[in-house]
Design a protein around this ligand. Structure first.
Ligand SMILES: *Cc1c(COP(=O)(O)O)cnc(C)c1O
Length: 454
């Protein structure tokens, strides 16, 4: 039997168009209104205001059309107005917008839990709880792990990003802008070394050896008996799209299992087909005890989830988990629709196709520019791809070049995000529905910007 996949349908023309100088007059006016009322602690990467968005295109209020290579930070994988998501949301809001699952429950929540239990790795019995944000999912994964194990300590990795609430700030590695002067932070959080192949002192260290380095530290400095959970992004997001060396994740997961430590995979950014599989852990067959999900889950509606071993979740007393809005019915309807689109359009396959196009092109530019270019490494999986930029001929992070490239792409109508502990990583997170032509147009612009700084 051949599986028929459908093609995305777009409302907006999938074409880049820059009308003149921008931010244009309407965005400039909105920026002025904003400055008077919105706290400057909330920063925006792009100074234009959105009027409409669909597929791989974002329209601003001044008539510019940008190619979206960020998807609102890996959220709108099915596009920002996927007809299935829009239809499901409309249908749901006409009936009820909220009742609170903890007061009068509804089917949508159960349907999402059934779906997540089915698509997450592991063939054991599972339970799911729904929340609103990635940080909230992470907080609750740790709550479950602590209660179920009766232990306190939690391990997180160098370069990790897990959110901006108090516990998740503690788990996050980078101080500026996420933590500086926002403490004191939650106790009993320990940080251990990641596998970061591009920046290892010993470049030939294997994934298993990097895992042993981390395990020795956990055993010597914390003690397995005190350790409730290890939380890790299988591909680190904000930290720089760091893909650990092969064998690293399985070795950490094995050690956790042998020592009764809950292995939490934070797939808030890497989940839902982004890396070419449902979840990034699938690439190495790693089965987490608990998996945290958000971003791509519901086509842009705020929803997050934790799914994992039933025995861990069922240790928690009734009323111990929840929240007023968690598993909002509109967000649940959107999630069912978005996951349906991922299946119908084989967006995991699309992500692998995007990887092929992007890495082929970027590695060709890297080879062409030779060893004295700003491209240190092209890496990532699926449509979670990155370029780490260095001062030519060295390993020194080149944050200025990274900023300059992102700025010149924006001037040409391409939205590009950056990340990384050293601010020197360009990350590509296009909506998975983006067409080849539009993607290639965006890559033309990116390529020209890279050549211009070299
Ligand atoms: C974005 C992110 C979070 C936090 O999610 P929010 O919805 O912003 O709270 C947590 N973990 C990872 C890996 C993320 O990328």
């Amino acid at each position: 039997m051949t599986i028929q996949t459908t093609q995305p349908q777009f409302r907006l023309e999938q074409k880049r168009k820059i009308t003149g100088d921008f931010p244009g007059p309407k965005s400039t006016e909105l920026n002025a209104r904003r400055a008077a009322v919105v706290a400057k602690g909330v920063a925006s990467a792009v100074p234009v205001y959105v009027a409409d968005a669909d597929g791989g295109i974002v329209h601003d209020v001044d008539g510019n059309s940008f190619i979206d290579l960020g998807a609102g930070i890996a959220v709108t994988s099915v596009g920002a107005s996927d007809p299935a998501v829009v239809g499901a949301v409309k249908e749901q809001v006409e009936h009820f917008t909220h009742t609170c699952f903890m007061v009068t429950p509804y089917e949508g929540y159960i349907a999402v839990a059934e779906k997540l239990n089915a698509i997450t790795p592991g063939d054991f019995e599972k339970r799911t709880v729904l929340f609103n944000s990635g940080a909230e999912a992470v907080e609750n994964a740790v709550k479950v792990a602590r209660l179920a194990t009766g232990r306190n300590a939690v391990v997180a990795f160098d370069h990790a990003y897990h959110g901006r609430t108090n516990l998740t700030m503690a788990l996050t590695a980078k101080t500026m802008p996420y933590k500086a002067n926002f403490g004191p932070f939650a106790p009993e959080v320990y940080r251990i070394p990641m596998s970061y192949p591009f920046r290892e002192e010993n470049p030939s260290i294997t994934g298993a050896e990097a895992a042993q380095r981390a395990i020795t530290m956990m055993e010597k400095q914390i003690g397995a008996d005190s350790l409730a959970a290890i939380i890790i992004e299988p591909i680190q997001g904000e930290g720089g799209f760091i893909v650990p060396a092969e064998g690293f994740l399985p070795a950490i997961a094995d050690w956790a299992r042998e020592n009764g430590v809950v292995f939490i995979a934070d797939e808030v950014q890497s989940g839902f087909c982004r890396t070419g599989e449902w979840f990034a852990v699938n690439h190495e067959g790693v089965v987490p005890d608990i998996i945290t999900m958000a971003k791509g889950i519901a086509g842009g509606m705020p929803l997050s989830a934790i799914t994992g071993r039933a025995d861990l979740f069922d240790a928690v007393h009734p009323g111990g988990l929840g929240g007023t809005y968690g598993g909002n019915p509109v967000a649940c309807a959107a999630a069912i629709a978005a996951i349906g689109t991922m299946e119908e359009q084989d967006l995991a396959g699309r992500a692998r196709h995007i990887e092929e196009i992007v890495t082929t092109r970027l590695r060709a530019v890297q080879a062409d520019l030779g060893s004295h270019s700003v491209i240190g490494e092209v890496r990532g999986r699926g449509a979670m791809l990155a370029i780490e930029l260095v001062v030519p001929g060295t390993n020194t992070p080149h944050a200025e070049a990274t900023k300059a490239i992102a700025a010149s792409c924006l001037q040409e109508g391409v939205i590009i995000l950056t990340c990384g502990t050293y601010g020197n990583v360009i990350r590509l997170l296009p909506p998975l529905v983006i067409g080849d032509e539009l993607l290639n147009d965006g890559l033309d612009v990116l390529e020209a910007a890279i050549r211009a700084v070299t």
